[in-house]
Design a binder for this molecule. Sequence first.
Ligand code: DGJ
Length: 477
Amino acid sequence: MSGSSASAAGLRGFSGGGCRYSLLTIIIWTVVGFFLVVHLVSLYSRKDNNIHDDVSSSDQLQVVHQHQHQHLHLHHPVVHQLVRVEEEILRMPPPRKRSPRTSKRRSRKPIPLVEEFLDDKSPIRHLFFPGLKTAAFGPTKDMGNETSYYFPGKIWMDTEGNPIQAHGGGILLDEKSNTYYWYGEYKDGPTYHAHKRGPARVDIIGVGCYSSKDLWTWKNEGIVLGAEETNKTHDLHKSNVLERPKVIYSEKTQKYVMWMHIDDANYTKASVGVAISDNPTGPFEYLYSKRPHGFDSRDMTVFKDDDGVAYLIYSSEVNSVLHIGPLTEDYLDVTPVMKRVMVGQHREAPSIFKHQKVYYMVTSWCTGWAPNEALAHAAESIMGPWEKLGNPCIGGNKVFRLTTFFAQSTYVIPLPGVPGAFIFMADRWNPADLRDSRYVWLPLVIGGPADQPLEYNFGFPMWSRVSIYWHSKWRLP
Ligand code: DGJ
């Protein structure tokens, strides 16, 4: 057979259903295909060295689950437990007559379980806020072989056997003493509505601080920044609002610097406050409050990057947009640099973390103390653009996933010794009695392709998935 008739025979092999391809078409498609494969392989190897599979959305959970094993080298049986998809079946009582309060909410909140959650008279309240006698955990309880287990939503005791009071909190790992410090709103007072239409609040008591070596056993270090009792013009006067305190350490000044949301009872002051201390356990000296960059600021956090530059991230422009900007070198103020990110997305409760040079953020939507759906975003520069990854919650049940497990993000801590694994810290707010709000700590892992194709990437997933796994009980590896 001559060369030309051999190619003709070869070409015939590609014909089908009356459709013939020219040699040129085949070459073009081969080249296009080759570049496409190279492009995909480079994307995946850049973002997640161990992931080579493509995933359809229907089997996403299972494949993500397998990927995480490869990605995090989760061969240890205890680590393996972290990424297990755990279903939650809530035993519902028979239908009952709605209280006037519940029926009023009906039109606004289509999910009955959320109505039950918000109704302090609900017969299934114990499912969201289990009682002290049956459901407290911590080092003073006889936990048998359940010592060191987290029980999201149950009452977490400190080393003295008192419920931990550190809401809307954040964690500082003090490298000098190799100790974790948990700072949060100390809310152990009565809840009331300061004004008829104002949100539920408690008087400022101060910022609580707890220390730990293992992230489970927490010793109360006291109130490290206290309320002002008498001076009504002071930001920290008990009639005001102090929320979401976060502490970072400045190597430059050797000071511990606290940033927090400062407000009046109507949430109209919308400012940040700054305090400083020589020690992680305080006392912190309150310095001042301001509207950063001249804008209103409500939910906020601070993030200290690997290069020592720290950033303030806050919900602004009536919570419609997040603002992000670097702090001054001493961490005591913002610089004039600021970017508006997630514009028009109405996100609050920001928590930022970083893995393999990529920044991630989990936020909530803005619904007061009521829970809502979390979103994860990712960015190559902390200043943006931030791209939406989708809802990070996995397991539980549909309502759990649509309500961030009935909680709201506050902070994310890198899990010691397991790259790509973190602890997601959230608050299960109890608006009827804010002091009895619970902590929902869950494993968060980065790995696997994102759920949603991204606008700027020809529809191919560019980022790894952020996954928060529900567990009614779990422990660190
Ligand atoms: C939601 C915020 O995330 C909380 O920190 C708190 O400010 C409440 N709103 C107040 O309603």
